[in-house]
Ligand binder design. Structure first.
Ligand SMILES: [Zn+2]
Length: 209
């Protein structure tokens, strides 16, 4: 079996996402760029907490064709868009965590400038991607347009995406995004919470370079 290590990574982080309550039922999908020509992605309709290495499907990055048996996730088009457009991206996680999805459905942004940690882990902003039907080329095109160098995204009326140079980095970003969404939700309830001052934001952003 090719890419045994990468397949194990998908199984391991699928379980982390499930155990942390960041995915439920059979929702969500995760992928890894195994080599320049090949993406590994979770199958359609599988619980991310119960995957085995043989469930993971190889897909051609060039033309989107499955290279092994099984049906790849319906969101294959936007996973491919990241690997085609962003050389730095080696892993993509898409889920519908409760608080991030509340913001996505309400049409609200998650702000990273509320804490130093969020700025360091997620960068300056979380782009908000306009609604398009799940699995469609339109959704992939919307992401391509919003992509820039961002590491986390909210999908209108749908959920969240994080990307990373490793699966571990994408996973930490999803946890942090959901933490920030939950915190912001609670700050709204107590009508408090201002962003860090602009000069402090710059200072923190310079720590990452
Ligand atoms: Zn989804």
């Amino acid at each position: 079996m090719r890419f045994a290590e990468e397949r194990s990574e998908i199984v391991k982080y699928g379980k982390y996402l499930y155990d942390r309550g960041l995915v439920s039922g059979t929702s969500g999908n995760i992928s890894i760029k195994a080599d320049e020509a090949t993406m590994l992605i979770t199958p359609s309709g599988a619980c991310k907490g119960m995957l085995t290495v043989t469930d993971v499907i190889e897909v051609s990055i060039d033309d989107g064709r499955p290279l092994t048996d099984g049906k790849p996730s319906m969101e294959t088009p936007f996973h491919l868009a990241f690997y085609r457009e962003r050389k730095d991206v080696k892993a993509v996680i898409h889920t519908h965590p409760m608080y991030s999805t509340i913001f996505a459905v309400a049409g609200l942004r998650v702000f990273t400038s509320l804490t130093p940690e969020a700025l360091l882990v997620l960068g300056r902003e979380v782009p908000y991607v306009e609604y398009a039907t799940p699995g469609s080329d339109d959704l992939a095109a919307g992401l391509k347009a919003a992509m820039g160098e961002a590491t986390a995204f909210l999908l209108d009326k749908h959920g969240a995406i994080t990307v990373g140079r490793t699966m571990k980095e994408a996973y930490h970003r999803m946890e942090t995004l959901e933490f920030m969404a939950e915190m912001q939700y609670k700050l709204i309830a107590i009508e408090k919470g201002d962003p860090l001052p602009t000069d402090e934001i710059e200072k923190i952003m310079n720590l990452t370079h």
